[in-house]
Design a protein around this ligand. Structure first.
Ligand SMILES: Nc1nc2c(ncn2[C@@H]2O[C@H](COP(=O)(O)OP(=O)(O)OP(=O)(O)O)[C@@H](O)[C@H]2O)c(=O)[nH]1
Ligand SMILES: [Mg+2]
Length: 581
């Protein structure tokens, strides 16, 4: 079971969601705290998996280098605080409600280049508080609590829309980026929206190289700090992956409980929100833990402070303990994932024993893959105008007009700057693609960045090493283009099929093109099928292309193109041809 982990509510069963939100003047911060859920299986001991039906989740379980009093942190924070809770000595009764101190950080570049309101003052400013409890809002609270209108229902869960500011960097040196900085920020905004955040502003900076301490220059840091105050920002998201040190330094510079995270954490959070199966949940949790490992901070300096420095160095030691616990969890998760994968492989092998060719749908997120699968097979896969609607591959049978069939597999959507740990985590899922007979690269041709999206997908496909599999490029959403006729003409010139998965245009041509591609992957055979093996003949008709059949005294002579597994199965009958004729 995938636990819903409220950051300071370590046991959902003992902290029922009915517990009340604080309201009145505490409301804004308190609300952030109260909705601070993450569906990540990040608990100690080893997380188990399956989406919890539990109530409210905090949006974007975005990392935070240190525990906070309110809001903040998501998965990373859940891990941090869990580790603190698991290992901290029982406090005396009157101090029970105290926050376990804030980290001084530690790690590269720590504390350097911070703004005038240094981290320490900011930390001291934060008031002591009672442990944050997860709870549902009571109806009577709805109107009282300022910001109640910022709760949004996403995937059946109530998400608090944090005010978010986006930051990008255009690096002159690295160049070669598929997307311009404006385009990339626009996509980041879509990702933030998918995660349930409320984007209220953005900025970017052109740099020859990113600042190793704060990623952006000090002037930009100051500018963002002003925006944070002016717009009441709660979360700042960077468009590129930040180092643990950069994250910490930025949080210190911005101060005031503002959360800083990066695109990777945001994507991980969306995946976490959307993981619907055991395997997907395991994969996402593993990726999140691996992301978090180098970002664990020493949270134990509160002990050093409390004891007047007598336990100096304890924070240092504790971080090692925390890391060890996390590593143990990671290796247990890997083992669990391995066994889940073994099961799936068994299932796949069974599927391969039915010699129906498999066609994989790949493409940029939101290209319309699930819509196409649903349209062709009557499946009921979630298709919506959000990024990463699909995480798990779904396979369905498509019956073509001439009674031949193939299996169509919908896969997880791809995106530029896909976090490497996610590619690694989802490699096994993506490997299904490598076992298909044809790969369909579905493109949202109505998207202004269609070409960049094509290039980004090709880049990942190259990594998967599947170039030997016949590929069919299909332009989808033709109905959504300004000039469908001109686009179709252009497509014809390039031998590309145009479809509209939503209204069904071009689906017949699509199926014919699949059939032609499949033929490329079929093996020509001639076989003599005895009448008592009639089911083999019907398999040949179903999955192959029959050129000639001749009914003879004791069986049928057939000349056809069939998938390799079936050709193998027919080997003895192929040898009988000579004898039969
Ligand atoms: N106008 C138009 N919209 C489409 C078409 N096909 C899909 N859509 C819409 O595009 C959005 C995304 O569709 P999905 O099928 O979820 O896309 P996907 O490729 O499966 O997305 P991920 O699962 O995120 O990778 C939905 O709102 C669909 O209704 C089409 O042919 N025309
Ligand atoms: Mg989908």
């Amino acid at each position: 079971m995938l636990h819903v982990a409220c950051l300071t509510t370590l046991n959902p069963s003992t902290d029922p969601p009915e517990q009340l939100l604080p309201h009145g003047e505490k409301s804004r911060r308190a609300m952030r705290a109260a909705c601070f859920f993450t569906a990540t299986a990040a608990s100690l001991p080893l997380p188990s998996t399956s989406t919890s039906s539990c109530c409210r989740r905090r949006p974007a379980s975005l990392r935070c280098s240190r525990p906070r009093r309110f809001g903040g942190g998501g998965v990373a924070r859940a891990l941090d605080e869990r580790l603190v809770e698991a290992a901290r000595p029982a406090p005396p009764a009157e101090t029970e409600a105290e926050e376990p101190g804030v980290a001084d950080g530690g790690g590269e570049g720590e504390g350097e280049g911070v703004g005038p309101s240094g981290a320490r003052e900011v930390e001291e400013e934060q008031p002591a508080r009672a442990p944050v409890r997860s709870r549902r809002r009571q109806p009577e609270e709805e109107e009282d609590a300022p910001g109640h209108d910022r709760f949004k229902l996403i995937n059946g869960k109530e998400i608090f829309q944090e005010k978010t500011y986006l930051v990008g960097v255009e690096c002159k040196r690295t160049g070669g980026s598929l997307f311009s900085i404006e385009e990339s920020l626009k996509e980041l905004e879509q990702l933030a929206d998918t995660a349930g955040l409320m984007v209220v502003g953005s900025t970017y900076q052109k740099l020859s190289t990113p600042n190793p301490r704060t990623y952006i220059g000090s002037g930009k840091v100051a500018e963002i700090k002003s925006a944070i105050h002016a717009l009441d920002i709660e979360t700042v998201i960077f468009d590129d992956e930040l180092s643990p040190g950069q994250l910490r330094n930025l949080e210190k510079s911005f101060g005031g409980g503002v959360r800083v995270c990066d695109r990777t954490a945001l994507i991980l959070d969306i995946f976490n929100q959307r993981a619907a199966t055991h395997e997907a949940a395991l994969q996402v949790t593993l990726a999140q833990m691996e992301y978090q490992l180098p970002r664990l901070t020493k949270m134990w300096t509160h002990l050093e402070r409390q004891s007047g420095g007598q336990v100096k160095g304890m924070g240092e030691k504790q971080i090692e303990v925390d890391k060890r616990i996390l590593r143990t969890q990671i290796s247990a998760l890997r083992k669990e994932l391995e066994s889940v994968r073994k099961h799936r492989k068994l299932y796949r092998n069974r599927r391969q024993s039915v010699p129906i060719p498999v066609v994989s749908l790949v493409g940029y997120t939101n290209a319309g893959k699930s819509t196409l699968l649903n349209r062709l097979t009557g499946a009921d896969v979630l298709a919506e105008d959000k990024l990463f609607a699909t995480l798990d591959p779904t396979t369905r049978r498509v019956l073509m007009k001439n009674d031949t069939e193939f299996l169509l597999t919908d896969t997880v959507g791809l995106i530029q700057k896909l976090p490497t740990m996610l590619v690694a985590a989802f490699r096994a899922t993506l490997e299904e693609i490598s076992e298909s007979s044809v790969v369909v690269h579905l493109v949202d041709i109505s998207h202004p960045l269609a070409q960049q999206q094509i290039d980004a997908v090709d880049k990942v496909l190259k990594e998967l090493d599947i170039e030997s599999i016949p590929k069919l490029v299909v332009w989808n959403k033709i109905d959504n283009t300004d000039n469908p006729l001109r686009v179709t003409e252009e497509a014809e010139k390039q031998g590309i099929i145009c479809i509209s998965a939503i209204n069904g245009d071009g689906l017949e041509e699509f199926c014919n093109a699949i059939q032609a591609k499949l033929k490329d992957s079929l093996v020509p055979i001639e076989a003599f099928v005895p009448y008592d093996k009639g089911e083999l003949l019907s398999d040949i008709h179903k999955v192959g292309m029959v050129e000639k059949t001749e009914y003879m005294e004791s069986g049928t002579f057939v000349k056809a193109h069939v998938p390799l597994p079936l050709a193998r199965l027919l080997t003895p009958l192929r040898q009988q041809v000579v004898a039969a004729l």
